[in-house]
Design a protein around this ligand. Sequence first.
Ligand code: HEC
Length: 204
Amino acid sequence: MKHEWMSGAAASVLALVFAAQPGYADGAAPDAATAPNTATQLAAARAATKDLGETLKGQLMSAIKSGGAISAISVCKTVAPTIAADASTKHHLTVRRTALKIRNPENAADAFETRVLQDFVDKLAAGADPATLDYSETVTDNGATSFRYMKAIPTAAEPCLACHGSDVKPEVKAEITKLYPADQATGFKAGDLRGAFSVSIPSQ
Ligand code: HEC
């Protein structure tokens, strides 16, 4: 056997790490040196995405209620990045939103995010529950190691389709096109994957 050098204790640490990986574990095995942190990082990542998701949705709903979809566009444009920055500071990590089809070019997915988003699409098509679909992996890129976490953002009928559906009101569409001339983020149906929250925690 290849791993006879591994002590029982090391083997059980690794077993714990793999057990803590949500969903599936097809990525690189976490390095033993970073193993003790993985559960803590995962908990922080989940807390940050929950925080960001709830705050964002709350602000969006109240903006739509008080001023309609057009005025809520500015909430998405200016408030969303601020809320993401606040959640990042509060949870000591970086959390953002990304998608395969984006509205704001600044939200473009990197190679890791693209791979995970495509996998989420496949998993949803195979019947996965969008509310619990997430993934984490310890990634080494150009010699820098970081813990990466993503959580699926499904498209809800309300309020998402008003600005991301295939039947966006002309005046809403006009405002979106004015602010985002290269918008790709319409034509979604309820239940589609809209995008994902993406967390990154660099290893010290
Ligand atoms: C009032 C219009 C409006 C509504 C309603 C709305 N969005 Fe958006 N959405 C936007 C705008 C504008 C952006 C671009 C934000 C930016 O500049 O970062 C955006 C961006 C996003 C992004 C980031 C990726 C990208 O395309 O740039 C995600 C993910 C997203 N929306 C999901 C949702 C979901 C899920 C809902 C429903 C809960 C929703 N949105 C409802 C207007 C809206």
